[in-house]
Design a protein around this ligand. Structure first.
Ligand code: PLP
Length: 389
């Protein structure tokens, strides 16, 4: 079949594929445990549900502005002021169908084919394919010191005449590493000096542990407001456990937001109004759910890490945030696809192969499920991999 070259270059999202596999096995009645997921299990905040229902009850069903309804833009403006101490205006904000679309539309607004986008590795699975969808070139930067914490040199070494944008995701999916304040400051300063765009994917910025505080990238920026080339990404998916509602956003200078709005206007005409209303409810409503989710995840992380430390062949770095840990299983099997398949076949535990994130020999394990699933899942893995211990 004569599909496009771009379509042929794109792989399906491995995490979405895994969710489908989980559903199929579950349907068959298999006692499968999903340690590969990327979503908290809690319900949406009550304020989000009520706001969505209230909107449905109005009977209002018309098109809305492609870049987001005014009430959501106002909620995002307030959020940006609270967490980033930046006063932005509606023309600096776009709401999209998830942070995923916000990042995609941002890349479409700034990248030309053959231009390069640098991001630290291990990286979120979608960044390379998003670049490829535009005909641009993904340039992963694996830290040279073998840690999950890149240095500025890891980034600067990869900059060339085609480099247009750097993406930073901290705390990071899949490693859970929260990059140091010094590193963020250096990246902001470097991108300004080289006139590069900087996409700050802050989707996990409130889900951090051990008393850490979210880092505000604008603190280190000299170019602000309409001169800023920082595009700040966030959304309700992770912090409010609203993954299926598909609302995320970007904050940036007026020109880039206008370009993104034009592109999004032709793609989707904007996210569903019902779901935007739900996001307004979440952002303006009672916030205690975010802290209780964060505290639950911190406890889950502790449980998972102590269980993993009991394996003979696993090396693991304690995550600083998110709900993932990225552990080195290469002592058992260097090919992470094979290992992941083996664990499904042998003990029916779903994990994501590290290869998908740019580092083979590792598995990404999620601790956003129940403690029972974490304990049983890891115990089954131990039984399969360390049968004599
Ligand atoms: N950025 C990162 C690093 C993620 O891990 C995810 C989701 O897994 C997203 C963006 C996309 O979030 P959303 O569900 O809001 O599209």
């Amino acid at each position: 079949m004569s599909l496009s070259l771009i379509a042929k270059s794109i792989k399906p999202s491995p995490t979405l594929k895994l969710n489908e596999k989980f559903a199929i096995l579950k349907e068959k009645g298999d006692p499968v445990i999903h340690l590969g997921g990327g979503e908290p299990k809690s319900k949406a905040p009550m304020d989000a549900m009520l706001a969505a229902i209230a909107h449905i009850n109005t009977g209002e069903v018309r098109y809305a502005p492609a870049d987001g309804i005014p009430a959501l833009k106002q909620a995002i403006i307030r959020y940006t002021e609270e967490f980033y101490e930046r006063k932005v205006r509606p023309e600096n904000v776009i709401a999209s169908s998830g942070a995923k679309q916000a990042i995609m539309v941002a890349l479409q607004a700034i990248l030309n084919p053959q231009e390069e986008v640098i991001f630290p590795a291990p990286y979120w699975v979608s960044y390379p394919d998003m670049a490829r969808l535009i005909g641009a070139i993904p340039v992963p930067a694996l830290p040279e010191d073998g840690t999950f914490y890149p240095s500025i040199k890891d980034i600067t070494d990869r900059v060339g005449s085609y480099t247009k944008v750097v993406i930073i995701n901290s705390p990071n999916n899949p490693t859970g590493a929260m990059y140091s304040e010094d590193f963020i400051a250096e990246v902001v300063e470097f991108c300004e000096k080289k006139d590069l765009w900087l996409i700050m994917d802050d989707i996990y910025h409130r889900l951090i542990f051990d008393g850490r505080k979210p880092i505000n990238c604008y603190k280190y920026a000299k170019k602000l407001d309409e001169n800023s080339k920082i595009i700040l990404i966030n959304g309700v998916s992770k912090q409010y456990a609203m993954t299926g509602y598909r609302i995320g956003w970007a904050v940036g200078n007026k020109k880039v937001i206008e370009a993104m709005a034009n592109i999004q206007g032709h793609q989707t005409s904007g996210p569903s109004v019902i779901l935007q209303k739900a996001a307004v409810g979440a952002l303006n409503g009672i916030q205690s759910g975010v802290e209780s989710l964060r505290a639950t995840l911190e406890n889950n992380r502790n449980v998972m890490i102590s269980l993993l430390n009991s394996f003979e062949g696993v090396r693991v770095t304690k995550p600083d945030g998110t709900f993932y840990c990225f552990a080195d299983f290469s002592a058992y099997e260097k090919d992470s696809n094979k290992l992941s398949e083996f664990l499904i076949d042998k003990v029916q535990v779903l994990t994501v192969p590290g290869k998908e994130f740019g580092l083979d020999g590792y598995l990404r394990l999620s601790y956003c499920g129940s403690i029972k699933d974490i304990q049983e899942g890891i115990e089954r893995m131990k039984w399969a991999l360390d049968p004599n211990s």
